[in-house]
Design a protein around this ligand. Structure first.
Ligand code: CMC
Length: 371
């Protein structure tokens, strides 16, 4: 056994996994995804390409890409999973409903308990498609509507948006949504990915790891920030309102959602910069939502001067989803659906080269007490 290393609260700066999937190169301000720059992938590739890249190691050739899209969009949802969702109170947080559904999916996968990386890789696109379809229908089920199936004529990204908003969608809207999915697809070792790897390291299964990741991602310090950002923008209503709100929160030592990041803390999250461009293009294409561009810019400037903090991806994803007409309770579930590919890739990697996670503590309680 090796000597314990010094305690690092929140495991800050600790290297806790070896991976070939992604790396946040803060020096070069680049997010590396299997050798590619994430921003380039967002600009020029589709979500299906990124699924192939993360699960199979290379960008897929056209035929393989089509097959991946088919596997994702034709994935059936067991009726029992929708029945379970119908039994849950609509007041339950959408991430809690999603957590239950992801856990229930295991019951209908004959290979659910296999931790063979080849089996997990093979099942990956189907699970991603199922999660996207469940998220797209989560709100409809909660309000008593029938769930809708994905249509294999469209890509996963287009299906996802169509079913979420149940109206015809423009190519600009589909592209904005797809770019957000790629931006969320993989990001090294955030809390939810770590949670998934910790669970997988006991040789527990994919669904267990994914279920733990949903629970982790729900928190407002992590994925829950995107919906919290939107509530803040709606409360503020105007740029002046946002300035007053941020100043009041800061005076009360409250955190401003959508700002700061453990790894980027004093730099802009490159994904936020890109989503800001996506927001602008969406506003230009639709001719509405200029006030959100203005408000977000004001918040960004104010936080930089007041706190030296920069926006993260969640800050700009929130108004993009709002302008697409997506119910706010689904913002964090969408983050999870988009991230499911990264999570599955990490579980595969963990199972391929496993060592049980079992750190130590720095004990600060009493000793020597007598009964
Ligand atoms: N608003 C106000 N102050 C902040 C914020 C914020 N959003 N973020 C950090 N700080 C301050 C914090 O108060 C602390 O100040 P001091 O040293 O004076 O006490 C200092 O910055 C360091 O903060 P920390 O909490 O020790 O840093 P951390 O690395 O543990 O926190 C974070 C990272 C993401 C939890 C934090 O920045 C935060 O709470 N942000 C708001 C929530 C958010 O947007 N989360 C999404 C993260 S990115 C995408 C994702 O993972 O989902």
């Amino acid at each position: 056994m090796t000597e314990p290393k010094p305690y690092s609260p929140g495991l800050e700066g600790v290297i806790a996994a070896e991976t070939s999937l992604s790396f946040l190169d803060t020096e070069k301000e680049e997010i590396v995804i299997r050798g590619y720059d994430l921003l380039e992938l967002i600009r020029s590739k589709g979500y299906g390409d990124v699924v192939g890249l993360l699960l199979e190691g290379e960008l897929p050739m056209p035929e393989r890409l089509q097959a991946i899209e088919r596997e994702m969009t034709q994935a059936e949802i067991p009726t029992a999973v929708y029945d379970i969702l119908r039994l849950l109170p609509a007041s339950m947080h959408a991430m809690d409903r999603l957590r239950t559904a992801v856990s229930a999916l295991a019951g209908f996968d004959p290979e659910a308990n296999s931790t063979d990386p080849n089996s997990e890789r093979r099942r990956g696109p189907k699970v991603i498609g199922q999660i996207a379809q469940i998220v797209a229908n989560l709100h409809h089920i909660a309000v008593g509507e029938k769930p809708e199936k994905f249509d294999p004529r469209y890509t996963l990204a287009e299906n996802f948006l169509r079913v979420l908003v149940r109206r015809s969608v423009s190519p600009a809207e589909v592209r904005a949504f797809e770019q957000s999915l790629i931006a969320y697809s993989e990001h090294e070792l955030p809390n939810s990915t770590f949670a998934a790897r910790v669970v997988a390291s006991t040789l527990s299964d994919l669904y267990g790891a994914l279920t733990a990741a949903v629970a982790s991602l729900k928190g407002p310090l992590h994925g829950g920030a995107n919906e919290a950002v939107m509530y803040m923008l709606l409360e503020a209503q105007t740029p002046a309102g946002l300035e007053a709100l941020i100043r009041r929160k800061l005076a009360q030592k409250e955190r401003i959602m959508g700002f700061g990041h453990r790894v980027y803390m004093r730099k802009m999250d490159p994904r936020a910069q890109l989503l800001k461009e996506v927001l602008r293009s969406l506003v230009e294409a639709s001719g509405k939502g200029h006030e959100y561009v203005e408000m977000c810019q004001l918040g960004e400037d104010l936080m930089r001067t007041e706190k030296g903090l920069y926006p993260n991806l969640d800050y700009y994803a929130a108004p993009v989803y709002y302008l697409l007409g997506i119910p706010i309770e689904l913002y964090t579930p969408i983050f999870f659906a988009a991230r499911s590919v990264g999570l599955i890739a990490h579980v595969i990697e963990q199972h391929a080269e496993n060592r049980l996670y079992r750190p130590r503590v720095s004990y600060k309680g009493p000793r020597g007490k007598k009964i």
